[in-house]
Design a protein. Structure first.
Lengths: 386, 94
């Protein structure tokens, strides 16, 4: 067995998990009041649900899921652009989660049912392979995801690209949206758990200005149960001590400077512009668009994208009742939504939070149709982990 | 889409490596990783790209950090700290 094969298990060690959750409970109890913190990563929520961590979060600690699901925050006009291109006969390749994300009147899955050529890929490399295999057709990669994913798109743009291949960028950049959430007037959030993989690219140093401006601590955490428990413990300690600083709890993958090589490629290919994040707000510098010098691979430059044909149909009435925006902003939970689990289910989602495997509603639904709380017992996590 | 997975490099051919993910082998591109990667190294994979070489020493360092954290958290509550320490030591077979 290779030496590291067992290492992820170390990060699921029940005794350490129990010890960390006891410490977390003690620190929260010391506070003598409710504490709300936010994580900004769908993968954190997934790990929290999968390992039943909410069951061991102490009463009084409110762990809110922020706008961390890249599929969920891809905005309606961006989805419409991909659908319009598909209706123009272009082959669309994209990540699987994107298929059922609703646009203004339909999803890419609907476009596929109508005869559109929609291809699900795991990596942008497969979209390139697809383009090479059908040289007489146009292939557009509908590029979604945060900086961790955007760097892979950048690497492709900087390499050899077939003539029939272009990119529709809906990539998003996380740091600016943390500013938005921190400045929300109703916010109860006192600290942030930042996503380890995004920080692997940007480095944890990027949060130093943020903590100074917003008087709030940031802890960078990984995705194993121990990473999350340890990250939360450190975060609550920082809140208690009013220490507005950045702590890196994921040193095996994150450095202060981050991945300079990937950053260099990211900013050579993309420029940040302001744009809407679905359900959140207009986020200054939150969207990543291809720079002008890459116009030859930019689908927005190469095609005239006609969205008006998609506006013949009003959005389904149900969608008006959807509270995804409040859920992603951390103001509401899925159980506050009248549609959750009845009119909006994984097989027939209404809102983006139910569409994506990383969406809060989908995760809650998957783990019992309510707040993922296995039993409320401190031993639950250890039972799951064993 | 977001899940980064650690894998072990088993072969390298230019900018394309083969990595082992718990018995499953997959192609991993090396354009983005900022340190030299060799066969036997561990990398963090994200949608087919290595984004970080994971130094093995950091894995133990992280676990040590968590123990340190527990000691500090326990400092204000001696009884619990002792329990916590005992549990960790028990797992380590000390």
């Amino acid at each position: 067995m290779p030496p590291m094969a067992a290492d992820p298990l170390k990060f699921r060690d029940p005794a350490r998990a129990r010890a960390l959750s006891s410490a977390l409970e003690a620190v929260t109890r010391q506070m003598g009041r409710e504490v709300s913190v936010m994580h900004v990563c769908g993968s954190h929520e997934q790990a929290i649900a999968r390992f039943g961590l909410r069951a061991v979060f102490p009463r009084g600690l409110n762990v809110i899921m922020g706008p961390g699901c890249p599929v969920c925050i891809t905005d309606v006009p961006e989805v419409d652009e991909a659908i319009a291109l598909a209706r123009q006969g272009v082959h669309i390749a994209t990540y699987g989660d994107m298929l059922r994300v609703p646009g203004s009147s339909r999803s890419l899955a609907d476009a596929q049912a109508e005869g559109g050529h929609i291809h699900v890929v795991y990596s942008i490399r497969q979209a390139l392979d697809l383009a090479r295999s059908i040289p007489d057709e146009n292939v557009v990669f509908f590029a979604t995801g945060f900086e961790t994913t955007a760097v892979t798109t950048a690497a492709v743009v900087l390499g050899e690209v077939p003539k029939n291949f272009s990119i529709l960028s809906a990539h998003k950049y996380i740091p600016p949206v943390m500013e938005i959430v921190a400045e929300m007037p109703d916010t109860r959030v006192e600290g942030f758990l930042a996503a380890g993989h995004a920080a692997a690219i940007t480095g944890w140093g990027i949060f130093e200005d943020f903590v100074a401006h917003h008087d709030t601590p940031v802890v960078v955490a990984g995705f194993e149960p121990l990473d999350i428990l340890a990250g939360l413990l450190r975060l609550v300690e920082l809140v208690r001590d009013r220490e507005h600083t950045v702590i890196n709890m994921f040193p095996r993958c994150v450095t202060r400077e981050g991945n300079a090589r990937a950053q260099e490629q990211l900013w050579r290919v993309f420029r940040p512009i302001g744009g809407r994040w679905r359900g959140i707000a207009h986020v200054p510098n939150g969207n990543l668009r291809l720079r002008d010098e890459w116009a030859h691979v930019d689908a927005r430059h190469r095609f005239t994208i006609d969205l008006t044909s998609l506006w013949d149909q009003a959005p389904p009435a149900r969608a008006q009742e959807c509270i995804c925006g409040d859920i992603m902003a951390g103001i509401s939970s899925p159980d506050n939504c009248p549609l959750f689990g009845t009119a909006c289910v994984p097989d027939a989602p209404v809102g983006a939070c139910m569409v994506s495997g990383e969406g809060t509603c989908r995760i809650w639904h998957q783990y019992g149709g309510a707040r993922p709380d296995l039993s409320g017992s401190i031993g639950a996590v250890c039972g799951v982990l064993r | 889409m977001c899940l980064g997975v650690p894998g072990r490099i088993v072969a390298i051919n230019g900018l394309v490596a083969t990595a082992d993910f718990w018995g499953m082998r997959r192609e991993v591109r090396l354009e983005l990783v900022d340190q030299p990667v060799e066969v036997g190294d561990y990398i963090l994979n994200h949608v087919g790209y290595a984004i970080r070489r994971i130094p093995e020493i950091e894995i133990q360092a992280t676990l040590d950090l968590y123990e340190e954290l527990l000691r500090e958290a326990g400092a204000s509550n001696d009884l619990m700290a002792a329990d916590v320490k005992a549990e960790i030591d028990a797992t380590n077979g000390r």
